[in-house]
Write a protein that binds this ligand. Structure first.
Ligand code: TYD
Ligand code: MG
Length: 450
C-alpha cells in the first residue's frame, strides 16, 4: 500500500499525518500531501538520454505579429508561437483594453486563425460592450466568461486558437485545490498547467496579472521565473499616457518600451515622442525643453520655472517632478557661478505632464529655465538642453547621448545645447546645430545676451 506523507510547502518538513501548523518553520496551513509513488518511480528509471550541445540544432522561432506596433516592438517582433507571456499592471491601467485590441488586430492579420479570450472578471456582454466602444467586431475572437481551469482547458481544446488570453490569473481556479483563488499556490499551479498544456500545442498564451496600487506585486511576481516574457503596463505622468515595459524576455531584449495614450476610443500608439509630451508650442520665459531615455525611446519633456520675488525673507523652493534637494543644489550653484542672488526669490519648478524624473541630464534645462524666468527672457527656438551640472558650475556630458541624438535626428530636432565634453565627437557624427557650453555662466551670454 502507498504510504501517504505530508510536506510543508514552506520548509519541506515531512510528517506522516496532516498538521495545521509546521513545528519546524512555524508556518500555518502549509502542509500538502505528497505521494511516495514519486520516489519509487524515479528508482525504476535506468537511463537518461543526454544531448551534446554541438548536436542540438537551432530551434526556429515563429513569431505572430499582433499588429500593434508598440506591443510587437516590446515583445521583440511579435508573440513567439507557443510562448507564455505575463502582462502585469495595476487595475484600470488598460490591460484588458490592450489585449482585446491586440486580439482584433491579430485575427485581422492572420486569416482563418482564432483567438480565445477568457475573462474571469467581465461577462461576455461586458466584453462585447467594450469591443463596440473600440470598434471591434471580428468573428474570429471567441469569448468565455469562466473561472474554472478544467472548463478553460476544454475550451482551448475545442477551439485550438492561435493565441489564448487569460484575464486574469487571479480569478482562475483549479477546483480540486483547496487554496483560495488568487493565492500563490493556485496561480503557480495554473501557470504550470498552461505551460504544459499550450506549449505542446503551439498555442501562445498571454496571462494577465494584477498588481496592487501600493506596488506590492505578491501575485504575479512569483510567476516571473516560470513564464517566457514578463511585461508591465504602467501609467506615465499624470495624463493618459501608458508605458509598456519588458522585464524579462526569453526571445528578445528588455530595453524596448511601448508608448500609448488612453483615449475615449481606446489605446492610441505614440510613435512620435516629440509631439505627445510637449503640448504647447508657445515659448515664454521660464520654459525649456529636455529629453530623457526610457528604454530605447526618447521622451521630450518641458521644464518650467517660476522665479518670483519674495518679500518676507523666507524664499520657497517648491518642485514637482524633481527632487527638492536637487533644486537647492542647483540654486546654490547658480548663486555661486552665475553671479545672481536668489536669496530673496521664490523658485518653483515643474516637469510638465506629471513626470517624475531623477535623470541628472535634465540639470541644464532646469538651470536654463530658472535663468530665463529670473531675467524674463525667452529661450528662442526649439532647443533641447541636455547635461548634468557639476558642483563647480561645469556642464558635464550626458550618458547615452548617441542613442538620444539618433532619435532626435529622426524626429527632426536640430538644435541642441550640451556640455563641451561631447561636442567634437557629436559634431562629426550628426548634422546638428550644437551649442557646447563649459560653465553655466555661458548660458547668460549665449541665450540671454548678458
Ligand atoms: P481596462 O482595460 O479595463 O483596465 P485593466 O484591465 O488593466 O483593469 O481599462 C480600464 C480603464 O480604461 C477604464 O477606467 C476606462 C478606460 N478606458 C478608456 O479610457 N477608453 C477606452 O476605450 C476603454 C475601453 C477604457
Ligand atoms: Mg481588466
Amino acid at each position: 500500500m502507498e504510504k501517504i506523507k505530508f510536506e510543508c510547502s514552506n520548509c519541506l518538513y515531512l510528517v506522516p499525518k496532516w498538521l495545521g501548523h509546521c513545528i519546524k518553520c512555524n508556518s500555518w496551513n502549509s502542509f500538502i500531501e505528497t505521494n511516495s509513488k514519486y520516489s519509487k518511480k524515479s528508482k525504476t528509471i535506468k537511463k537518461i538520454d543526454l544531448k551534446n550541445l554541438s548536436e542540438v540544432g537551432n530551434e526556429s522561432i515563429y513569431r505572430i505579429c499582433t499588429g500593434i506596433g508598440e506591443l510587437d516592438r516590446v515583445l521583440g517582433g511579435g508573440i513567439v508561437q507557443g510562448s507564455l507571456t505575463l502582462i502585469g499592471g495595476q487595475p484600470g491601467v488598460g490591460k484588458s483594453t490592450l489585449l482585446l485590441e491586440a486580439a482584433a488586430k491579430l485575427v485581422r492579420l492572420n486569416e482563418n486563425k482564432r483567438v480565445l479570450y477568457i475573462s474571469g472578471e467581465e461577462s461576455e456582454g461586458q466584453i462585447s460592450l467594450r469591443a463596440k466602444r473600440l470598434n471591434i467586431c471580428e468573428e474570429n475572437i471567441y469569448l468565455l466568461n469562466e473561472n474554472d481551469w478544467e472548463k478553460i482547458k476544454l475550451a482551448i481544446d475545442q477551439l485550438r486558437p492561435i493565441v489564448f488570453i487569460l484575464d486574469s490569473i487571479q480569478t482562475t481556479v483549479i477546483k480540486d485545490m483547496s487554496a483560495s483563488p488568487g493565492s500563490v499556490s493556485q496561480i503557480k499551479e495554473i501557470t504550470y498547467e498552461i505551460l504544459n498544456y499550450c506549449k505542446d500545442k503551439k498555442i501562445s498564451s498571454i496571462i494577465v496579472g494584477h498588481i496592487t496600487k501600493d506596488g506590492s506585486i505578491s501575485g504575479p511576481k512569483v510567476l516571473e521565473h516560470m513564464v517566457d516574457t514578463v511585461l508591465y503596463f504602467e501609467g506615465l505622468g499624470e495624463h493618459n499616457h501608458r508605458i509598456l515595459k519588458s522585464i524579462k524576455n526569453r526571445f528578445g531584449n528588455t530595453f524596448e518600451v511601448g508608448l500609448f495614450e488612453m483615449e475615449e476610443e481606446g489605446l492610441i500608439e505614440i510613435s512620435d515622442t516629440s509631439k505627445s509630451f510637449i503640448k504647447s508650442t508657445i515659448n515664454g520665459p521660464g520654459r525649456t525643453r529636455t529629453c530623457i531615455l526610457e528604454g530605447r525611446r526618447v521622451l521630450f519633456l518641458e521644464i518650467q520655472a517660476l522665479v518670483n520675488e519674495n518679500k518676507f525673507s523666507n524664499p520657497k523652493r517648491i518642485t514637482q517632478g524633481i527632487d527638492n534637494s536637487r533644486l537647492s543644489m542647483l540654486i546654490a550653484i547658480i548663486e555661486k557661478y552665475a553671479g545672481i542672488s536668489l536669496i530673496n526669490q521664490d523658485v518653483y519648478i515643474n516637469v510638465v505632464g506629471g513626470f517624475k524624473v531623477d535623470n541628472k541630464e535634465i540639470d541644464l534645462a532646469i538651470v536654463a529655465s530658472i535663468l530665463s524666468s529670473y531675467f524674463k527672457i525667452t529661450v528662442e527656438g526649439e532647443k533641447v538642453f541636455l547635461g548634468e551640472v557639476g558642483l563647480s558650475g561645469e556642464i558635464r556630458g550626458a550618458s547615452f547621448l548617441d542613442s538620444i541624438l539618433k532619435d532626435l535626428e529622426i524626429l527632426n530636432y536640430k538644435d541642441l545645447v550640451i556640455g563641451i565634453e561631447n561636442k567634437d565627437e557629436l559634431r562629426q557624427k550628426f548634422n546638428f546645430k550644437i551649442s557646447a557650453l563649459e560653465k553655466i555662466n555661458d548660458l547668460k551670454e549665449k541665450f540671454f545676451n548678458l
